[in-house]
Design a protein around this ligand. Structure first.
Ligand SMILES: [Cu+2]
Length: 293
């Protein structure tokens, strides 16, 4: 027999192993207590709302545990002491019912006050938006900034990759610039997303840029973000979508507005030169169907 009974050693080992598994997967720690934030105003507001709720819960937790501790000591078993037999206490019962209801009302008011700032896209920074944002129409669940302009990017989930289609100013959606896995956006510009899936349900999630949004076949869901500072923001498909779900990663790379414009130009030129090369091959093949271009 050692210092501790065997069952305690097993429980301690289990707790230590669980804690260690968090250390080798730092991403799973997120911000540990609260949702990740810092990338976009909506994510920051989600974080603030979380901390307000957490603070209220902590006050209640301290009050409950404090009362419990006080009663444990004050009313502990003593020789000859006889416990009082109590049958209800109307005043106390009304007090804790009204108290609990009041807490719910406070949480509801705070939440509903914060929701519009989380759900509704805000305006782009004027300096960043020039030559990038376009008028975007609000409809159904789709919210747009108050000035009616945004950079609207199409997000398409498929097993097991994300495809992003950028606007190019004309009505033909078939010739738009697009990229896979990494989305490039300008800082300071409000990006509205139309989120779709073409096979099974996926979920778009870049934790530092806001909440998750389901990508469901047959539906279009909408969300937004506005990146505050340049950098790479990592995310992951958040809906188990098949055997390669774990590798369905997504990143948003936020660059200066000028760099964004260059990026889109490069995508367009890449597509143009690929089309031209394909046309040359086509011509060769038409001229000599036996040749392998
Ligand atoms: Cu997926």
């Amino acid at each position: 027999m050692g210092l501790l009974p065997r069952r305690y050693i097993f429980s301690l080992a289990a707790v230590a192993a669980t804690a260690a598994s968090l250390l080798v997967t730092p991403a799973a720690m997120a911000d540990f207590f609260s949702p990740e934030s810092g990338g976009s105003p909506n994510a920051n507001r989600i974080d603030t709302l979380y901390w307000i709720t957490f603070a209220i819960a902590m006050v209640i937790f301290a009050a409950v545990i404090g009362t419990l501790g006080y009663c444990l000591v004050k009313f502990r078993a003593r020789k000859g002491a006889v416990a009082a037999q109590i049958h209800g206490n109307t005043r106390l019962e009304i007090a804790w019912t009204v108290g609990a209801a009041l807490i719910l009302v406070v949480l509801a008011v705070v939440t509903f006050a914060a929701l519009p700032g989380i759900r509704d896209p805000e305006n782009s920074d004027a300096a960043a938006a020039a030559g990038i944002v376009q008028p975007v129409a609000a409809h159904g669940n789709k919210k747009v900034p108050a000035d009616g302009k945004a950079l609207n990017i199409d997000v398409n989930g498929q097993q097991y990759i994300w495809r992003y289609t950028y606007p190019d100013g004309d009505d033909n959606n078939l010739n738009n610039p697009f990229s896979y896995t990494e989305m490039v956006v300008p800082v300071g510009v409000t990006v509205t997303l139309d989120i779709r899936a073409q096979d099974v349900a996926h979920s778009w999630w870049i934790p530092k840029l806001g909440g998750k949004m389901d990508a469901v076949p047959g539906y279009t869901n909408y969300t937004w973000f506005k990146v505050i500072k340049p950098g790479v923001y990592h995310g992951q498909c958040a809906e188990l979508c098949g055997r390669n779900h774990a590798n369905m990663i997504a990143t948003v790379r936020a660059v200066s507005p000028a760099e964004y414009k260059q990026y889109i130009e490069r995508l367009k030129n890449d597509t143009k030169s690929a089309d031209a090369a394909a046309a040359v091959s086509r011509k060769k093949l038409d001229a000599n169907p036996q040749a392998n271009p």
